[in-house]
Write a protein that binds this ligand. Sequence first.
Ligand SMILES: NC(=O)C[C@H](N)C(=O)O
Length: 493
Amino acid sequence: MSDLTQLGIAAIRDGVANGEFKAVEVAEAFNANVAAASSALNAFIVETPELAVQAAQAVDADRAAGKALGSMAGVPIGMKDLFCTNGTQTTAASQMLEGFTPTYESTVSANLWAAGAGMLGKLNLDQFAMGSSNETSYFGNVISPWKLDDGKDRAPGGSSGGSSAAISARLCPAATGTDTGGSIRQPAAFTGITGIKPTYGRCSRWGVVAFASSLDQAGPMAHDVRDCAIMLGAMAGYDPKDSTSLNLSVPNWEAALNSDLRGKKVGVPREYRMDGTDADILESWDRGIEWLKDAGAEIVEISLPHTKYALPAYYIIAPAEASSNLARYDGVRYGLRDLPDGAGLQDMYAATRAAGFGPEVKRRIMIGTYVLSAGFYDAYYTQAQKVRTLIARDFAEAFTQCDVILAPTTPTAAFPLGENSEDPLAMYLNDVFAVPASLAGLPAMSVPCGLNKDGLPLGLQIIGNQLDEQGVLNAGLAIEERAGFVAQPKKWW
Ligand SMILES: NC(=O)C[C@H](N)C(=O)O
C-alpha cells in the first residue's frame, strides 16, 4: 500500500494483523500528515506523535509475540479535546482549561487504548462543545479542507470540527466526537465523513468535560459505516463511574452489518420538510429514499408533530444544564485563576470567569441561569422539559410504524466561516434536524450521500429506536453502498 493514510480502521486493523505493514509505519504516516497540515487547518490543539508511535510499537510487539490483538490494534486516532487524557493537556478549547493536564483518563479513551488504538493528538472543537462551526474555539477556528474556487474558508461544522476536518484531510483515519445536539452528525455531514451518536448511555461520560449532561454522548467519526461500527464497539460499555451508563453488553455491530433491508420499514417524517432547507438537500433526501427502496425497505410517511418545538426546547435545556455544569470553573479548584490586586473571593470568581469563558459560553450561561431562575423556571425550563417528553413520545409512536427514520442531517451544506458568527439564531438553526434525536436520547448517524451543485459534501441522517444502533448502521450501509461517495477535498494545505 503506497499511502497508508488513505486507509480506514478496518483496513489498518486487518493489514497490521496480516503483517502487510507495521503499526509503526501507519502511525508515522499519519504523524507526517498531521505535521504538514498543522498550521493550515488548525485541527489539533496538541499533537502527540510520540504517543501514537508508542502505542503502535506495543501492537507490533504483541503481534510478533503471537498475542491476540484488540479491535482497534494499530489504528492511530485523534481525540476530541473534551476527553480527559492522563498526562496530556485537556482544554475543551477554552482559555479556562488552558494548561490543565488531567491525572486520569476518560473511560471512553481508556477503552480505545485497551483495544489497541494510539493517540495522534487532541483535536480542536467549539469551546466547551458549544457551536456549529468551530469558531468559538479559544485556539482559533478549524478550517475545513473542503475549499471551492471562491477561495473562502469554510466551517468544518461543530462542535467536533477538528475531528471532521482531520479525518476528511486524512490526518487521522478516525476520531472521537461528542454529540449534545448534533456535534458528531453536523460536522460529519459538512466534511463528507460518517459519524454516529449512539443511544444515550451507551458510552460513558466519565472523564468527558460536561456540557449538558442529560444530552452529552460520545461516538465515533470515521470514513465509513463499518469503521464506525468497529470503533463504537471499542468505545461503548457499562461504566459504574457514570450513573447514566447503560448496564448492557456491547453487541458486535460489525459482525451483524447487513445492508439487505427487505422486511424493514423506513419512516420519512413529514415535518422535516422545512422552509429554508437547500434544494440540493431535499433532492439528496429523495435520492436516499430511492436507495433504501432499492435495498428492499418499504417507505412509510410518518409524523413527528412536535418537531418545531425541538430547537427552542434544546436551546433552553442545554444552556440550563451548562450553566450548572460550568459553575465548577470558579478559579479555586483547577484551571484559570484571575486575581486582581487586593480583590476578594467574589472578585476572583468574576475576574476568572470573565477572562476564562468566550462569548458563546457566556451567552449560554446567562440564558441557562435565566431559564432556571425562580421567576422563570416554570415558564421556560419546566415547559421545555414537557416538550422534551412530547418529542420522545412522537418518536416512540413513530417506531410503532417503522424501524428507522431517514432525514437530512443539516438544512445547508458547509457555510463560509464568519457567515453565521454574528447571528446566534442562524447558527442554532443548523441543528434543527439533529436535536430531536438528541432530546429523545436516540441513536442517529450521518452518512455522506454526495456533493451539492457547488461541490460540497452532503449527509443523510438515519435515526433509530432506543438501542437499535444496528438498525441505524445497516440502513447507513445500504445508503453508503448506493451513494458510492469517494470524493475527497483537493489538497491545498
Ligand atoms: N454541542 C453540540 O452538539 C452542538 C450544538 N450545535 C450546540 O452548540 O449545542
